[in-house]
Design a protein around this ligand. Structure first.
Ligand code: GTP
Ligand code: MG
Length: 196
């Protein structure tokens, strides 16, 4: 897809702040620092519209990005970041839960995992939770530029098996560095936004 327009619309913490138009939404989930914001930037070909950082925990609100007046990417704060208090973690949990469980426009969640490592316990818990709530998941194995091509398939197999990924959920190899997988990710996302 050719992105001609992309903007951040709102950083929301509660439902009253979500956009009111009925455009389809794609949520981004994954542990802190996995590359969710970088994924958004690569997909919309903008260097730093979605703020990225080498410091985990950069994204702390639900950030709604409108793309070509057609759909939203919703950047969700990452999980598994140890340096937050229990109270903060609970507030985070409630914010995400409310969004994911009560948003009819949410068509799918792109769950990012780091291709270099087997999905963590938190990754597995997140995937199971999404499946329990019957949310379609597009698994994106990112940072593929960090391992040699000859090892991609072996690592993808570990991702598939550790998550116990449902056959219906797509798995896409990606790199925000090289743009590998960008076209595949776009066509999959568009397919899901067109489902009712
Ligand atoms: N080599 C490489 N580095 C990446 C890739 N994607 C992200 N990074 C780097 O990983 C770090 C974290 O990226 P972010 O996009 O900020 O991660 P995030 O998931 O949004 O993190 P939080 O907002 O903390 O949840 C940054 O230093 C990025 O440059 C990738 O595909 N390849
Ligand atoms: Mg981020």
């Amino acid at each position: 897809m050719k992105v001609t327009k992309a903007d951040i619309v709102i950083s929301a913490v509660k439902p009253e702040q979500y956009p009111e138009d009925q455009l389809p939404e794609i949520g981004l989930a994954g542990r802190s620092n996995v590359g969710k914001s970088s994924f958004i930037n690569k997909m919309i070909a903008r260097k730093n519209l979605a703020r990225t950082s080498s410091r985990p925990g950069k994204t702390q609100t639900l950030n709604f990005y409108i793309i070509n007046d057609q759909l939203y990417f919703v950047d969700v704060p990452g999980y598994g970041f140890a340096k937050v208090s229990k109270t903060e973690r609970e507030a985070w949990g409630r914010m995400i839960e409310r969004y994911i469980m009560e948003r009819p426009q949410l068509k799918a969640v792109v769950q990012l995992v780091d291709i270099r490592h087997a999905p963590s316990k938190d990754d597995v818990m997140m995937y199971d939770w999404l499946k329990y709530h019957e949310i379609p998941v597009i698994v994106v194995a990112t940072k593929c530029d960090k391992i040699p091509k000859g090892k991609w398939e072996k690592h993808l197999k570990v991702v598939r098996e550790t998550l116990k990924k449902k056959p219906d959920d797509p798995l896409i190899l990606f790199s925000s560095e090289t743009g590998h997988g960008k076209d595949a990710a776009w066509s999959t996302i568009l397919e899901y936004t067109q489902k009712k």
